[in-house]
Each structure stands twice: as structure tokens, then as C-alpha cells.
Design a protein around this ligand. Structure first.
Ligand code: GDP
Ligand code: MN
Length: 388
């Protein structure tokens, strides 16, 4: 689960991470009022959407007067902000964060993720933070330094110093940055984050170390432990297809390939995606219809898969265990007829009542490409997707 910057910052504040004063606003008047109440001479008007790259897209503006706060707030509120992370359709801005400004001395990057290769929570840092961090990662990856954290030991001052020195910091700044990183690590662990990222982390002319931006992602499977965080969910920012799937008990994750997958069981779904890749194709989604799929859930699954315009072919891969093959075959035939599926449909069935299942498919009059085994199914799906 993703949250907005202002929400991430409210969590960070609890962990003692140094931040600027800020207030949210949903109207231009509220934005002006927030700036007046905070006082000062400089404010930053920031669009709140679940995507980065807002600065480059025109969603972050520095205002040097109340009139400018008013001007930028009216420009940004209600705009459809397009950034490299939103896709071309962009995202509608309905909330602003008005923050007091600060005099930036330097912009750094600090982030935490789980590094699956080493199996360690890993903190990354760079002297070249700010709006071009993707370019730094691509062109000068040596400028991103890493510190793996031993779960038995936790975050040690050594890791903090190593990263702060690696970012070129000296003296008192090293101490402040190290304290900052420790707080971010504690937040990451205690809140069950999957990503905690601060870009930019800045040093100011007055010697402070502050988070100007904040991005937190949480492990959905651990949200039951954090009702306060779950309350921050903004479903208007989430994939409609994924929300719809949840309602029907389907585990659906949309991806960017061309082969729609309908599979029962998470492990089989993963295996199906792997073999599609192995055969030179690319899955459009992960979809586990579960062990108790009915004609209705199968139909819903088809609808969700087909609502993705990138889908050129559908691969149904079902192992009939608890769920018998004839029931699935009836579900597939019923759904295919009702929905008028126009893309090629490759079906591989195995397990209980497989002969009956195949008979139902053969006699349906539908243009179904039957597959012998999973390798054959993947070959046929990849070929069909390429020809489409
Ligand atoms: P992002 O583009 O979505 O990552 O949004 P950020 O919150 O990172 O803002 C983009 C850029 O705006 C930052 O890299 C800073 O250069 C600038 N910025 C953000 N907040 C402030 C601020 O308080 N003062 C000043 N001077 N610049 C800021
Ligand atoms: Mn940023």
C-alpha cells in the first residue's frame, strides 16, 4: 500500500525524523490560510498524488509571496499531473501540501528496501539526490552507496557513518544524518514498510538535515498490524482492476505484458508467468482465481483480464484438484460465450475429470486452442500473442 507524502511525513514525525512545518489544503483558500498561519517568506506548494516526479511535471512550486501561493495553488489543484510514474493519463490533484520553505545547501538521496539478492534490509544513499536520481542510478551507479543491515544487530552507528561519509558529509552533519537514518530504519521495520525513501534529504544553510520529500510503501499482508496506517488508504489512487478483483476474492496484479493469465493457485500462477517469460513472451497479469472458483468468479476474472487493452491472448492454466476440470471448463465456456472473447484463448487443463473437461471445451464450438502440457500452452500463447 502506498500513501501520500503528507501522510508519510506524519508517520516520520512520530519517529523523530526532522521535517519542515506543513499543512494540507483542498482548496485555494485553505492553501492561502495555511501559508498565512505558518508565516515566513517562502512556501512550497506540493501536489499530493501517489507518484514521484512531481517536481518535473509542474506539481511542486516555490512561492515567494502569499499571492504566489494563491496562484500556484489554483494552478495545481484540479490539474491532471503527468509524471514519468503516472503514465500518460496522469493523476488528478485534489490535495495540496503547503510547506514552509528552506534554504537548501545540498540535495541527497536516502532509501531503504529489502535487497532480495542478499536477503538483507539495505539502505542506499547518494550525494546526487534530487530530481535526477533515476539518471544517477543509470549513468553513475557508483554514486549510490549501500549499507546492508544485519537483522540480528540492527542499525549500527557504523552503517550511518559509512553512508554519511560516502555521501561526502563531514563533522556535525555526519552525526545528524546518522541519527536521521537510524530513525528511518526504525520506521521501516516497525511499520512493515517495503520502501522508505527520502529524496531529497537536504542539508540547509543553517546546518540542519531535513527530509523534503517522503515516500513510504507498506506490505499489504502486514497491514492488519497497523490499523492507523490502513486508514490512510486512498482508493482513488489504486488500480480499479485490482480493487474489483479483491471484491471477488481474486488475487490480481496487473503487469505490462500481452498474455493475460488465469490460473488457480499462487504457485502455479508464478510458474505460469515464469514459463511465459522463458518462451519469449510477457505476462499481462498475475491472477490466482483461488481454489473455490465458480462460473461467476471465472467470468469476473475474464472481464478483468479483458479490460486491459494490452492483452493479445489469454492463457488459462488450471490444475483440477479441489476444483474439478469439468467445472472450470463449464466456467470458461460460459464466460467466453457471455463476454464474446475475441482474443485467442489457450487452455491447459490437468487433474481431476480432465477428460470430461476437455470434452466440454471441444464440444463448445468456441475457438479454443487446446494445450497438452504447460510447455505447449506457453509456446502456443506466446505465438498467438505475437501474431495478434
Ligand atoms: P518529486 O519531484 O515528486 O520527487 O517531489 P519533491 O518533493 O522531491 O520536490 C521536487 C524538488 O522541489 C526537490 O528536489 C527540491 O529541489 C524542490 N523542493 C521541494 N521542497 C522544497 C523546499 O522546501 N524548498 C526549496 N527551495 N525547494 C524545495
Ligand atoms: Mn522527490
Amino acid at each position: 500500500m502506498n500513501v501520500h507524502e503528507y501522510q508519510a511525513k506524519s508517520i516520520m514525525r512520530k519517529f523523530g525524523i526532522a521535517l519542515l512545518k506543513g499543512k494540507t489544503a483542498k482548496s485555494v483558500d485553505e492553501a492561502v490560510k495555511a501559508a498565512e498561519e505558518m508565516g515566513g517568506k517562502v512556501w512550497v506548494v506540493k501536489a499530493q498524488i501517489h507518484a514521484g516526479g512531481r517536481g518535473k511535471g509542474g506539481g511542486v512550486k516555490l512561492a515567494k509571496s502569499i499571492d504566489e501561493v494563491r496562484k500556484y495553488a489554483s494552478e495545481i489543484l484540479g490539474m491532471t499531473l503527468v509524471t514519468h510514474q503516472t503514465g500518460p493519463e496522469g493523476k488528478l490533484v485534489n490535495t495540496l501540501l503547503i510547506e514552509e520553505g528552506c534554504e537548501i545547501d545540498h540535495e541527497y538521496y536516502v532509501g531503504i528496501v529489502l535487497d532480495r539478492a542478499t536477503g538483507r534490509v539495505t539502505m542506499m544513499a547518494s550525494i546526487d539526490g534530487g530530481m535526477d536520481i533515476e539518471k544517477v542510478a543509470k549513468e553513475t551507479p557508483e554514486k549510490i552507496i549501500k549499507g546492508a543491515i544485519d537483522p540480528a544487530v540492527g542499525f549500527t552507528p557504523y552503517v550511518g557513518r559509512k553512508l554519511a561519509h560516502g555521501m561526502g558529509m563531514t563533522g556535525d552533519t555526519v552525526k545528524k544524518a546518522s541519527k536521521f537514518m537510524k530513525a528511518l530504519y526504525d520506521l521501516y521495520m516497525e511499520s512493515d514498510c517495503t520502501i522508505a525513501e527520502i529524496n531529497p534529504l537536504v542539508t540547509t544553510k543553517s546546518g540542519d538535515v531535513l527530509a523534503l520529500d517522503a515516500k513510504l510503501n507498506f506490505d499489504d499482508n502486514a497491514l492488519f498490524r497497523h490499523p492507523d496506517i490502513e486508514e490512510m488508504r486512498d482508493i482513488s489512487e489504486e488500480s480499479e482492476k485490482e480493487l474489483e478483483a479483491t471484491k471477488y476474492g481474486l488475487n490480481y496484479i496487473s503487469l505490462d505484458g500481452s498474455i493475460g493469465c488465469m490460473v488457480n493457485g499462487a504457485g502455479l500462477a508464478m510458474g505460469t508467468m515464469d514459463i511465459i517469460e522463458l518462451k519469449g513472451g510477457s505476462p499481462a497479469n498475475f491472477l490466482d482465481v483461488g481454489g473455490a472458483a465458480t462460473k461467476e468468479t471465472v467470468q469476473k476474472a475474464f472481464e478483468i483480464i479483458l479490460s486491459d487493452a494490452n492483452v493479445k491472448c489469454i492463457l488459462v492454466n488450471i490444475f483440477g484438484g479441489i476444483m474439478k476440470c469439468d467445472i472450470i471448463a463449464n466456467g470458461v465456456v460460459g464466460a467466453a460465450k457471455d463476454l464474446g472473447i475475441k482474443v485467442p484463448l489457450v487452455v491447459r487443463l490437468e487433474g481431476t475429470n480432465v477428460a470430461l473437461g476437455k470434452k466440454i471445451l471441444n464440444e463448445s464450438g468456441l475457438d479454443i486452442i487446446a494445450a497438452e502440457d504447460l510447455g505447449d500452452a506457453a509456446d502456443k500463447a506466446v505465438k498467438a500473442a505475437k501474431e495478434a
